[in-house]
Write a protein that binds this ligand. Structure first.
Ligand code: COI
Length: 358
């Protein structure tokens, strides 16, 4: 499909942009353009365009506003040392978007169209890469039901968009390791629900427990399983890995309640590359505590596209509190982070062909 390029009457002036990309933080600075593609049940996907980034006009009966038929992705574009631009594993995001679409009764988007949409936007807004150390261009592809209709059934009209945001660190810099609050009253996802789909509702449901974590002085909430309230699932928007003194690693298995993270999948491969034993296995909260206290568990890392690889230093609930290792970043966490970031940034070899040059 060809993309139309609409003229931009008033892009952000260069000086304002330079200021914005010097220290963008996470998620509050946006580039000049966006991609929009429309879907109609009778026409399929059509009218792909790169347009000025602007407000959307929605009918108040628009289905997404009522029944939350919405899915999204998150991936990053990087500027390599030679000045070239690259995406990291965009086809994995494209495939996950379609699995989310299946769960939310939405149409699939051809994977090559997903990648082309990202590519067009990154090239168009290539002047928006952050200048801050460790910065990247965070892409947020998303799809929502745009039909004006109040009956509860899958909509017949959708929009797919990609917006871009220059980003630095997800967590405020200077934090050596994050502190985690174990939610007692809330769960993220139940078997048979939408936990494996990247849909806004999962994140909406995490806001109250996340606010509770913050109010107790912690950075992130961790959710336990909905059935036994015992097995560790994931954070509000990140997967977890547990590292043991014997060199083995556990990450909770994908069973429909956990988001299949691209960073999660990449770390599993990097651990295998190192010859380490990585088990996708359930791990209980009481075990986490006793293993940390006995020294059997030496590191825990949280990972996601936004957060990259972040060490967990402390875990707390109303009943207990414990530290992990020295409470700071562990060796494996740091090594994996450097390796992953090096591949993404084109400074270390990419043996799995994860980097897609643009
Ligand atoms: C990501 O890591 O890309 C996420 O989607 C997590 C969060 C920012 C929603």
């Amino acid at each position: 499909m060809d993309f139309a390029h609409l003229p931009h009457p008033a892009p952000v002036p260069g000086e304002t942009r330079a200021e914005a990309i010097a220290d963008p933080g996470f998620g509050s600075v946006f580039t000049d353009h966006m991609v929009v593609i429309d879907f109609h049940a009778d026409r399929g996907w059509h009218d792909a365009r790169v347009t000025p980034r602007e407000a959307l006009t929605l009918d108040p009966a628009c289905a997404v506003l009522h029944y939350a038929q919405e899915i999204f992705e998150g991936l990053k574009a990087y500027r390599h040392p030679d000045g070239s631009l690259a995406l990291f594993r965009p086809l994995v995001n494209a495939a996950r978007l379609n699995r989310s679409a299946d769960r939310l009764a939405m149409p699939n988007l051809p994977e090559d169209l997903f990648v082309e949409a990202c590519r067009q936007l990154v090239i168009k807004d290539r002047d928006w890469f952050p200048t801050v150390e460790g910065g990247s261009l965070y892409l947020r592809p998303f799809m929502f039901a745009s039909e004006a209709f109040l009956g509860v059934r899958p909509a017949r009209e959708y929009k797919f968009l990609v917006i871009a945001s220059p980003v630095g660190n997800y967590f405020k810099s200077g934090v050596p390791a994050v502190s985690i609050w174990v939610s007692q009253d809330y769960v993220r996802a139940a078997p048979g629900g939408t936990g494996a789909a990247k849909t806004g509702g999962n994140y909406a449901a995490s806001l109250v427990p996340q606010a509770e974590a913050i109010s107790k002085g912690h950075d992130q909430v961790v959710f336990l399983d909905a059935v036994e309230r015992r097995w560790i699932e994931e954070l509000g928007g990140m997967n977890l890995f547990f590292v043991f003194a014997d060199g083995s690693v556990i990450t909770p298995p994908l069973g429909g309640t956990i988001l299949p993270g691209v960073t999660r999948d990449s770390l599993i491969q990097l651990l295998r590359d190192e010859g380490l034993t990585i088990r996708e296995e359930r791990y209980a909260i009481d075990q986490w505590r006793s293993d940390a206290e006995s020294g059997r568990l030496i590191e825990t890392m949280a990972c996601g596209t936004a957060a990259v690889v972040t060490p967990v230093g402390k875990v707390a609930s109303p009943d207990f509190e414990f530290s992990i290792g020295s409470g700071g970043p562990g060796q494996l966490t740091q090594r994996l982070r450097e390796r992953l970031v090096g591949i993404q940034r084109g400074t270390v070899p990419d043996p799995h062909g994860w980097v897609m040059p643009l």
